[in-house]
Design a protein around this ligand. Sequence first.
Ligand code: KG4
Ligand code: ZN
Length: 364
Amino acid sequence: MSDTLTFLGLESSCDDTAAAIVQKTPDGARILASVVAGQTALHAPFGGVVPEIAARAHAEKLDTCVEEAMALAGLGFADLDGIAVTAGPGLIGGVMSGVMCAKGIAAGAGLPLVGVNHLAGHALTPRLTDGLRFPYLMLLVSGGHCQFLIAHSPDEFSRLGGTIDDAPGEAFDKTAKLLNLPQPGGPSVEAEASLGNPKAFRFPRPLLDRPGCDMSFSGLKTALLRARDEVVAAHGGLPRAIRSDMCASFQAAICDTLAEKSRRALAQYLEASPSQPAFAVAGGVAANRAIRAALETVSAEFGTTFVAPPLALCTDNAAMIAFAGIERYSRGEQDDMALSARPRWPLDKKAPALLGSGKKGAKA
Ligand code: KG4
Ligand code: ZN
């Protein structure tokens, strides 16, 4: 096997269609091109991701994303060593669109095909961006997921705990909906929070009174709904300043919960791997500056290295999929035309299924 590997990656598991080219050399990995076509405007009228609309949009956009990525990298299919594609978990129609597209290119260009777990793509991102060595503790926090994992190898993860209901990204999205802010909720709630007082409302920090790393975020939206209704009843509407206070207080509740659970996960992780003190965060919610800062502080308390990927590599992208594909392929793993799309695909095969469901449905 050559010591330089160049892979095309495809991502279509939720509401972003993406294609990217990543090259790995003995000196590290480089993103040669990364194209993301979001679907926010298509789903906006419905207040959430509509699976059928997403699948159709992926099928329409995948070809052009691939063409654009190849052109940006200045490469042809003959220059590639393989093609990686998200094969799950996610919205099944979208995942199928990506898998079919990848199979077509692999068959047409005679390239190896590697199916990638979307969550592994997020969880391996600190290796793409910072060359982080195994093992490390990972907090994967997105619109559909929230879990603490120990990453042992590209396909070996142990879960220390996770959300038992909503994922934080989902809580941000629902908060935005309740407060009439645009979707996706994360960036809009974060912007509004920067104008408010995080101590104005005291929202719950669930499960902090219980040991372990499990989390719960569904009670937050109920508390927020109640607070909003009280404000509307008292003021005849929702004054802008109070809305900012609500966003800031909501974000503070998420920060505190993630920070405290990270302390517990780090203590557990460091007990098992004291010689490799590393903590990394990934997934769309890791784009939140207040959350990154809170986790960085916790990391400093424990004297561990902290890795948070650049914002564009926190949210869904195909560079992480191309890279995860290279990692699998380098270990002699690949798929064939029997590769199928999986709506559920837990990273830790031994851990019991999480009850939580995200916007992509219960699956891990
Ligand atoms: O990883 P991702 O792109 O897709 C999933 O796999 O879920 O994450 C998307 C989620 C959305 O719920 C979005 O609201 C949230 O990440 N998000 C944020 C921020 N940017 C995106 N949440 C909080 N603050 C942000 N700045
Ligand atoms: Zn994701």
